[in-house]
Ligand binder design. Sequence first.
Ligand SMILES: C[S@@+](CC[C@H](N)C(=O)[O-])C[C@H]1O[C@@H](n2cnc3c(N)ncnc32)[C@H](O)[C@@H]1O
Length: 461
Amino acid sequence: MVLPSATRKRPPLGRGEEVSLTIDRLAYGGRGVGRHEGFVVFVPDTAPGDRVRARLWRVKPGYGEARLLQVESRSPLRTTPACPHFGPCGGCLWQHVAYGAQAAAKEQIVRESLAHLAGLREVEVRPILVVASPWYYRNKMEFTFHPEGGLGLHERGAWDRIITVQSCYLQSPASNLILSLARQWALASGLSRYDPRTHTGLLRQLIVREGNATGEIMVVVVTTAPEVPGLRELAARLLAAVPRITGVLHGINPGLSDGLPLVGLAVLAGRPYIVEELAGLRFRIGAETFFQTNTAQAERLVEVVGALADLRGGELVYDLYCGVGTFSLALARRAGRVCGIEISAQAIEAARQNAALNGIANAEFTSGDVRRLLPEVRSRTGRPDLVLLDPPRGGAGRRVMRRIAQARPPRIIYVSCNPTTLAPDLRDLVLAGYAVQAVQPLDLFPHTYHVECVVLLEAPT
Ligand SMILES: C[S@@+](CC[C@H](N)C(=O)[O-])C[C@H]1O[C@@H](n2cnc3c(N)ncnc32)[C@H](O)[C@@H]1O
């Protein structure tokens, strides 16, 4: 809402001014939030309870953004970061905050997003499900070769600078060994590295995927061109040092962005996939297959969804944005029929393979845009008993919410990795007559501000 200029309150502070304030919470995006004479100020690298001095670099009518100058008194919620790269490295933002306080902040973020962005002030948000250990939890890491010789993760806020990572606490120690062997090999090889500023150079990324439950590891070396002298030697060295490696692959990406898809993929050693186990199911994961990144906590996510779905055996279930079928296959064991919809043809192929691998015959998968396919699937199958959706970070949006409401499922389960896009989607479903019955946040990504959330909605009876 834009206020007329006569009534618009002027910010009490100007750009460049210094303020002293107490941080009272952490916000989605990672920064701490404090108030100066009621005026909201965001300050990075802070913890709830810190008294800090900060300088404003941006002032908007409703809030200011400031740089941290000094922590005048430390919050008892602060802790010593485990990682030597913490700070400059863009991988983790909250290692300086005790894990329990990180989790509490995420629960609060869910509650406030639902209250402020969806008007859902009365709904009960269940206590967040925390991880057993906040270290070594990721099953996939993407490291980048730097033109000046390093191999590591992006510097915080920088697309063209890389921190040379000696050891990372997000993936297993085996991954750190692979990282160091690849760095040594690259240095000795004298091969050029891709420079995103000039789009020149050969070595681009090192991707390590690991089955947390099976221990299998896949290494993918991504380069900009197919001819890479010495790559098989690297593969042999990695296999000798880490016997758990089941495949070393060579991916080719000559494009402008680091993101997939690759234009070519060759097997240097072993096989082109790892097997991971989740919720009693086996999944084949290739170099480019999307898969939940924290296997142990994804298992709890599937459990939460299963408990809220409360299937009796004959239901028709839609799994929208189904990826490789994680939820579809888990729910198919207790449903009559599951229909998965997903835009990535490759993920749909993997979902079908995963269904076959697990002997599941009552799950079918269609590739395409949910917006377009949902009405089609609805007219083919009749009214679904349950619609599950797990959209990307940007949310599903108003049109999809309308189409879901038009399909008239008695129950909806919304799995979200972004409470700020979840909330407006929920508001649309509530306006369409659905009532929020349960909200369960889960922490899948310790030391980051990301939070997963499962919401059950029911149509009025
Ligand atoms: C958060 S992931 C869900 C993953 C899935 N639940 C799983 O565990 O494998 C979101 C998925 O939505 C897919 N997607 C994005 N936009 C889509 C669209 N418009 N229609 C269908 N699928 C889409 C992405 O390819 C991605 O696989």
